[in-house]
Ligand binder design. Structure first.
Ligand code: SAH
Length: 219
């Protein structure tokens, strides 16, 4: 990643990571290390930069939100990532979580359905020299041409486990995905692929995400 570090933001980021370290969800130290390298303020809209190192979601373009740092830490910790793994991310959004994955040292493929966000974020990746294979497309379809993936991380709330994403997991691979039930409550889910035809699904804590919608929005 290529950016000029500003002492004020570096100090705020250290404080944010120190606070995440005390979270009861006990995030992995390698994940916190990756998060400590990513200048979140550069992924926020200018008017929200002052809040960039608070553990909150913030509005980004196309009425979406940048993920909360503790949510990024939680999803990445659950994934049990190892450097060099091939990871598919659904919901590039601001690119913040993508940058955290790249900082961790995994090989990232990312899909965003909002063309406006895809354009802004692709430009930012280029400026910061963040190497990622990102496309504008429908995450429900995954990226069959690059499958199978060691891990899949979904950062929008699905209404069911997407069959095409499950099919793109390696045997032994894992997907972390928020899923909303019929009463409107979302829970984080961990899906492990046991063999060609069997998956083990664990329903974890309640969570809150913008919805995972089908199709591309070119507006
Ligand atoms: N991780 C992002 C979070 C963005 S919010 C960040 O830190 O900024 C979730 C994103 O998922 C939104 O940008 C939304 O447009 C996108 N999304 C929702 N449904 C999608 C789908 N089917 N395919 C790809 N992206 C999707």
């Amino acid at each position: 990643m290529n950016f000029v570090e500003e002492p004020k933001f570096a100090a705020r980021r250290r404080m944010m990571v120190a606070q995440l370290r005390t979270n009861k969800l006990a995030f992995s130290e390698d994940v916190l290390d990756a998060i400590s390298k990513v200048p979140r303020h550069l992924f926020c809209q200018p008017m929200y930069v002052a809040s960039a190192y608070e553990d909150v979601t913030l509005p980004i373009a196309a009425k979406q939100t940048i993920s909360q740092p503790s949510t990024v830490a939680r999803q990445m910790s659950l994934l049990e990532l190892k450097p060099g793994e091939k990871v598919l991310e659904i919901g590039t959004g601001s690119g913040y979580q993508t940058a955290c994955l790249v900082a961790f040292g995994v090989d990232v493929y990312s899909i965003e359905r909002q063309k406006a966000l895809y354009d802004i974020t692709s430009d930012l990746f280029q400026r910061l020299d963040i190497r990622v294979n990102n496309i504008c497309g429908d995450g429900y379809l995954g990226m069959p041409e690059h499958a199978p993936f060691d891990k899949i991380i979904v950062t929008a709330g699905a209404f069911q486990l997407p069959p095409k994403l499950m099919a793109q997991l390696k045997v032994g691979g894992m997907m972390i995905i928020p899923v909303e039930d019929s009463s409107g409550v979302s829970n984080m889910h961990r899906v492990r692929r046991i063999d060609e035809s069997q998956f083990a699904v664990d329903k974890l804590e309640e969570c809150n995400f913008v919805p995972m919608l089908s199709g591309v929005n070119n507006a």
